[in-house]
Write a protein that binds this ligand. Structure first.
Ligand code: B1M
Length: 222
């Protein structure tokens, strides 16, 4: 792989945002994701190669480590920040249509539930995997999901719940979405959930972590 792309991929994985960022200490003073993405574009490397050969693999590696318990929330957050710094340079190519997203993922924490740390990690990881993420936030009512699906008819929906009490609200949302859009794919997650619960409420997939969500989305992306 091109040396610049190799370095950029390492910066995303390690959470090296830019030259002045102090983390990780071993990369102090070195160019980070911000500078390297700009350099890659200036060197004539296509935005698509930068995204698919450097950024997404870097984010994917940290996601795999997180899934395996070899990386933790702060490392995921800082990797996502490095990804955002790189993504800033690619935004104009998405806007112009030169770069295509894999799809639209509409995500929210179900109504009655205010927990968003895990949901935000899922959002960042999925965005880092090349999807457009519409994050509806927390305490999201069924109506809001339905309105957003109307706006993005081909989207995949993601629901997060952290409380045993709000798992019941997740079931309401899934049932109402499926009643109106029987083919809509719904992915669910959150600490108290299980595969059995996912099947019971009629959702399509349960993932215990962001990486599993990305793996599933990549499988279903057309
Ligand atoms: Co809350 N809380 N909390 N809380 N809170 C828990 C969840 C709890 C287990 C604590 C406990 O009692 N031990 C407990 C739930 C018990 C239960 O129902 N089984 C609890 C409770 C009871 C409450 C309140 C009711 C407390 C009260 O007021 N009496 C209250 C409810 C408020 C509400 O939501 N209506 C409440 C409030 C809060 C705070 C606001 C103070 C704060 C939330 C801040 C925020 O999110 N902005 C908070 C916190 C921080 C927690 C704990 C400590 C940490 C949750 C967290 O962020 N984990 C939590 C106890 C614990 O987990 N140790 C607790 C880290 C995060 C990375 O993991 O969210 O599981 P997680 O997300 C993971 C996976 O689940 C998965 O990927 C993420 C990354 O691996 N995932 C998905 C999540 N969503 C996904 C979606 C997917 C796929 C994967 O696809 C769509």
């Amino acid at each position: 792989m091109n040396e610049l792309l190799e370095k950029l991929s390492q910066c995303i994985e390690a959470g090296k945002i830019n030259k002045t960022s102090p983390f990780p200490p071993a990369m102090k003073g070195m160019d980070g994701a911000d500078e390297l993405t700009k350099q890659a574009l200036d060197a004539g490397i296509s935005p698509d190669d930068i995204l698919t050969q450097a950024m997404i693999p870097g984010m994917s590696r940290i996601g795999e480590k997180f899934s395996a318990g070899k990386a933790f929330v702060p490392e995921m957050l800082i990797a996502a920040k490095a990804m955002t710094a790189a993504m800033k340079h690619l935004k104009p190519f998405f806007t112009s249509g030169q770069l295509q997203r894999k799809g639209v993922f509409v995500l929210g924490t179900v109504f009655g539930d205010l927990h968003d740390i895990g949901k935000n990690l899922v959002a960042m990881t999925i965005e880092g995997a090349g999807w457009e993420v519409i994050d509806l936030g927390v305490d999201v009512k069924t109506e809001k999901f339905l309105q957003t699906i109307e706006k993005y008819p081909n989207c995949v929906v993601g629901l997060s719940a952290l409380l045993t009490t709000t798992m019941a609200n997740m079931e309401i949302i899934v049932k109402e979405i499926k009643a109106k859009y029987p083919d809509k794919i719904i992915l669910v997650g959150g600490a108290p959930l299980s595969k059995d619960f996912c099947e019971k409420i009629g959702a399509d997939h349960y993932s215990p972590d962001p990486h599993g969500a990305v793996e599933y989305l990549n499988k279903i992306a057309v």
